[in-house]
Write a protein of this length. Structure first.
Length: 381
């Protein structure tokens, strides 16, 4: 049976604009020396000092209870902070996953011991997390993962490999989805569980995966007899699939799903003086405005305690298209050649984005997976 997609118009609370001005002032101070290439990296750029400064302002864990280091602000106020950070190209990679996914997962499914041990340190910008989902040879079929955890004295022994793990080489913990029991007949998603994995444990090796730019924020993480304490199981054994899917609603719907290329837009517009580009630029900006409205609607639904998985998937799919098309269009309009000045300016930033935007189709689930979810929502499969 099809389900109606819902993107109710969502307004920001009155205090949001005052908060926006505060965030812009903070970013103007901290970003004075950021090059445009720095800004193009944004949420993959890892800067613990910046994350700790953000935490000190109360902008990590904004919606969490105060008893866990949070600030009990609304999801819509948090949205304002996120979009200002991304629009400015701030280096948020050191706290991004902890704030967006890992913290909310622990609030929802973690033990009281886990919440008190981890959440205040995430909110302070002191702990960094990566997400262990994808595996070699699995493609987009997450249910086929082969990394296993078996019970041993004192906890669980993990063996297997995760891949495309963003910033694993710099993170403190991984939240990993692994198989703890054989899948039930006709239910391949059963028998999966999530663990908090200290990346300094014995038996873990992390191998960077270089991309076209020569950088390596992706990683392959191999587990060879790694023993994880029993207390690091998140939720109940076998509930990992449902937990991971709820977690992905946070990953797929935020402003990072359409603003990754945004920092180059205004500098490019400042250079364009050809009115023949007006139509193309107008169409591009209209798409940004539409996606912002859709993403904000999902944030509003999350604020109400809903789990808008299909709406989030549609935002992610459409947002990736926009993020990939933005540098391509700007390159054409500016007639940027292959030479790079090397000054960290617009040409360098566009070259970096041109090389990295193909990966945007992978993060948070491939385009095919997102369209499959959309098709199910429309009753087409």
């Amino acid at each position: 049976m099809s389900q109606a997609f819902s993107f109710p118009p969502t307004g920001l609370p009155s205090e949001a604009e005052a908060l926006r001005r505060e965030v812009r002032g903070f970013l103007a101070e901290h970003g004075a020396r950021w090059t445009l290439v720095d800004r193009a990296h944004s949420w993959t750029k890892f800067d613990r000092g910046f994350s700790q400064a953000v935490g000190a302002r109360g902008w990590i864990g904004m919606t969490w209870p105060r008893e866990y280091g949070g600030h009990e602000r609304s999801a819509l106020e948090r949205y304002v902070v996120l979009e200002e950070m991304l629009a400015a190209g701030a280096p948020v990679g050191a706290h991004w996953f902890g704030d967006r996914q890992s913290g909310p997962l622990l609030l929802r499914s973690g033990t009281e011991e886990q919440r008190r041990a981890f959440l205040p340190r995430i909110a302070a910008g002191e702990l960094s997390f990566c997400i262990g989902l994808s595996e070699p040879d699995s493609g987009s079929d997450l249910a086929s993962l082969r990394t296993r955890a078996v019970r041993v004295e004192g906890g669980w022994q993990i063996d297997g490999t995760k891949v495309w793990t963003t910033n694993a080489h710099a993170s403190d913990y991984m939240i990993g989805l692994v198989r703890t029991a054989p899948a039930a007949e006709g239910a391949r998603q059963s028998g999966l569980s999530q663990f908090l994995i200290d990346l300094t444990l014995p038996g873990i090796s992390i191998k960077p995966i270089a991309d076209l730019t020569g950088e390596a924020h992706f990683n392959e993480v191999h587990f060879d007899g790694t023993i994880v304490p029993e207390t690091m199981l998140i939720g109940r054994e076998g509930e990992g699939w449902a937990q991971a899917n709820a977690e992905l609603a946070y990953e797929r719907s935020g402003p990072d799903r359409y603003l990754s290329s945004f920092p180059v837009l205004q500098p490019a517009l400042d250079r364009l003086d050809d009115s023949s580009a007006d139509r193309a630029i107008g169409s591009l900006v209209a798409r940004y405005a539409t996606l912002r409205g859709m993403s904000l609607a999902v944030a509003g639904m999350l604020e109400q305690g809903l789990t808008p998985l299909q709406e989030a998937a549609l935002v992610k799919d459409l947002g990736v298209d926009l993020e990939q098309e933005t540098p391509a269009l700007l390159n054409d309009l500016l007639d940027c050649g292959p030479g790079l000045p090397g000054d960290g300016g617009l040409e360098d930033a566009l070259a970096f984005l041109t090389q990295t935007t193909p990966t945007f189709s992978l993060r948070g689930g491939t385009r095919e997976i997102m369209r499959g979810m959309t098709a199910r929502g429309l009753g087409l499969r």
